[in-house]
Ligand binder design. Structure first.
Ligand code: SF4
Ligand code: SF4
Length: 357
């Protein structure tokens, strides 16, 4: 089965968004105090699926929540009893609108670890039940470097449906996966997506989308050779340059919390008298207590070692284990860092210093 690429205009796109929201539970970027986050929406007026590049939050919390109640329990001298386990609100059939391509890609990276030695069935179910609709960026943000990394942004199949802004106000809507094809077919049958260019060939539509991509790739300020970074970092575990790049870090963990690919978590219990709640919440390797062991030993007691772990995990260890960088070049960590540390600069600076040692 292969669904045609729909061609529409702004009014048609808005009609498409409304149809999506009418068809399934929908999440989209919602603005609050100048920042965007993905929230449940029912109308286009509540959200902005074309929110700016500097969306401060990724779609990760819709698959791996920031802090989720695992269970509630009653612990008495007679024993412990689980008293409540909530239904998973993220496991329903749903659509995410307005995800950036880096966000969509981050899930393909996370799939590797969630389907590795332990299969996370909650994550799997959320993935299976979600259709991701992504609008391709027109312009790179100041801290973006997605096109420098190990994935094909132009032909990415991490989103189920891609929307591309073409010339002359034309907008292209294309399925990228079988799930996306089924979704567009169902949607078009029920709501009719406005197709203003029924005469245009698929080849011409592809050509128009390619032009948009070429203009987009020309807008990047940041570029790097990830293969060189992978190779150099893998040889320089002991360089003192990690102390220089991490000097200002206040170990606040914000970079990991907003990162779409970081996946460390902790399990904590909060108990009042006999009743307790167990949570699964984000944690970070930048946290000084992250590797503290029960006997008091901490193999990463200083921040340069923690930052080294962060950089190495992203650009060496994950790549060695799963064949992919644990970074999609979205720049969210740099935008959010209170002391302006940039992972792009860190890995490039450490790699360059290593050359001079
Ligand atoms: S490390 Fe930074 S640039 Fe890389 S994916 Fe995470 S937030 Fe984005
Ligand atoms: S956001 Fe910045 S200061 Fe906070 S842990 Fe990350 S690098 Fe350090």
């Amino acid at each position: 089965m292969s669904v045609e690429t729909f061609v529409t205009d702004k009014a048609g796109l808005h009609k498409f968004y409304e149809a999506v929201m009418a068809s399934r539970e929908t999440y989209a970027p919602v603005e609050k105090f100048g920042k965007f986050d993905f929230k449940r929406v029912t109308r286009l007026t509540e959200c902005d699926p074309e929110s700016p590049i500097a969306t401060t939050q990724s779609i990760k919390p819709l698959f791996f929540p920031r802090s989720a109640k695992v269970m509630k329990y009653l612990a008495t001298s007679a024993g412990t009893e689980v008293s409540e386990v909530d239904e998973d609100p993220l496991a329903v059939k749903r659509v995410i609108l307005g995800a950036k391509h880096c966000d969509a890609r981050s899930l393909q990276v996370l799939d590797k670890v969630y389907n590795w030695d332990y299969i996370d069935t909650d994550y799997q179910k959320r993935r299976e039940n979600t259709v991701i609709i992504s609008t391709r960026c027109d312009q790179a943000g100041t801290h973006c470097f997605c096109t420098s990394l190990d994935y094909d942004v132009e032909n990415l199949d991490a989103m189920d449906v891609v929307i591309v802004n073409g010339a002359d106000g034309k907008i292209y809507i294309k399925a990228r996966t079988p799930k996306g094809e089924n979704f567009l077919t169902e949607l078009n049958t029920e709501y009719r997506i406005l197709n203003i260019e029924s005469q245009m060939s698929e080849e011409d539509k592809y050509g128009e989308m390619k032009k948009q991509y070429e203009s987009f790739t020309g807008s990047f300020r940041l570029k790097m050779d990830y293969k060189e970074v992978n190779a150099k970092l893998s040889k320089i575990f002991d360089t003192p340059e990690f102390e220089n790049v991490s000097g200002n870090c206040v170990s606040c963990n914000t970079c990991a919390f907003v990162c779409p690919t970081c996946h460390c978590f902790k399990i904590s219990d909060e108990k009042v008298k006999d009743t307790g709640v167990r949570y699964k919440s984000y944690d970070s390797c930048n946290n000084g207590y992250f590797t503290l062991m029960a006997g008091g030993h901490n193999p990463r007691p200083v921040k340069y070692r923690r930052w080294r772990q962060r950089a190495m995990h992203k650009f060496v260890y994950y790549k060695e284990r799963f064949g992919e960088n644990l970074c999609v070049g979205c720049g969210k960590c740099t935008i959010a860092c209170p002391v302006n540390i940039s992972i792009f600069e860190v890995v490039n600076q450490v790699s360059s210093a290593a050359m001079q040692e």
